[in-house]
Design a protein around this ligand. Structure first.
Ligand SMILES: Nc1ncnc2c1ncn2[C@@H]1O[C@H](COP(=O)(O)OP(=O)(O)O)[C@@H](O)[C@H]1O
Ligand SMILES: [Mg+2]
Length: 281
């Protein structure tokens, strides 16, 4: 089980769009996914057509007053589950700031889900501000998935994220936090700017950058107003195709060790393969 923080301290870069549609595309591939809406604005929650329900958020679990398991709701997709956000979440920062373990409250909440193996992936849709909720997300996550808009200053934003990761590691809140993947969003193939930005980010961050590019398309931006993910709203459009491709690439990156490649190859073939790979002296 992996916990992925969809994070970038900049707003409007496609965090929520990515968290919602990657979660849906992974669930479509029968991975059990939990999406946690950590943004008090609740955009991921409303993207599924859900109204905010008072008391149905991470607020109580973060304060130690309830289990996160009690806050999980089903969605229309059988393998996708959601912990919604509610307005109380905005106040939780102040309440937990006083606690000694204020950076690791979320990590502790999620421990039960790490241990019971219900989910293959937990995606955290982070708020843009660099507050306690986002820091908690980074302290609880195995790695980040950072959406970056194909715009000027993309690199500057990434440099800030690298520093933030270093700070979290150094603080002791999460020494194992990995940078994870970078996803280029709102790619516009009609402009040179988009391609230039992608080339520049790839030159610096190399294979961290996903091959999959998310195109700019109005279908992705209008889907939430119908309370639908892109797979429901425009299943055959470029947006759905891109997020399905992202899910495939994401799984390739995360499930390599667990792929049963070895066991399906007859042992004789396996042996000759190993032999043929041995250096010729
Ligand atoms: N690939 C895309 N093409 C067009 N619009 C997009 C795309 N991705 C996101 N948007 C829109 O851009 C705005 C910001 O995206 P959002 O995912 O909410 O960003 P964040 O969560 O980082 O603030 C939203 O209105 C969203 O619908
Ligand atoms: Mg958002």
């Amino acid at each position: 089980m992996k916990i992925i923080a969809v994070a970038n301290q900049k707003g409007g870069v496609g965090k929520t769009t990515t968290a919602v549609n990657l979660a849906a595309a992974l669930a479509e591939k029968h991975r059990r996914v939990l999406l946690i809406d950590l943004d008090p604005q609740g955009n991921a929650t409303s993207s599924f057509g859900l109204q905010e329900i008072e008391g149905q958020s991470l607020y109580e679990p973060l304060l130690g007053e309830a289990s996160v398991a009690d806050k999980i709701l089903p969605t229309r997709l059988p393998d996708l589950f959601l912990v919604p956000a509610d307005i109380d979440l905005a106040g939780v920062e102040i309440e937990i700031a006083r606690m000694d373990d204020h950076l690791t409250r979320l990590a502790k909440c999620l421990r039960v889900l790490r241990e019971d193996g219900t989910f293959d992936f937990i995606l955290l849709d982070c708020p843009p501000s660099l507050g306690i909720l986002m820091t908690n997300a980074l302290a609880a996550a195995d790695e980040l998935l950072t959406p970056i808009q194909c715009e000027y200053f993309a690199l500057e934003g990434l440099v800030r994220i690298v520093r933030l990761i270093e700070r979290i590691r150094a603080s002791g809140a999460n020494a194992r936090l990995e940078m994870g993947g970078i996803l280029m969003t709102m790619f516009d193939n009609r402009t040179n700017l988009s391609s230039q930005v992608v080339a520049e980010v790839r030159a610096h961050f190399q294979e961290r950058v996903y091959d999959t590019l998310i195109p700019r398309t109005v279908r992705l931006s209008e889907a939430p107003s119908f309370g639908k993910c892109i797979l429901e709203h425009d299943p055959n459009g470029v947006g759905a195709k891109a997020y399905r491709a992202l899910a495939v690439e994401f799984l390739r990156r995360h499930e390599v060790e667990t792929e049963p490649a070895q066991s399906v190859i007859p042992s004789a073939v396996q042996r000759s393969e190993t032999e043929s790979r041995e250096p010729v002296t």
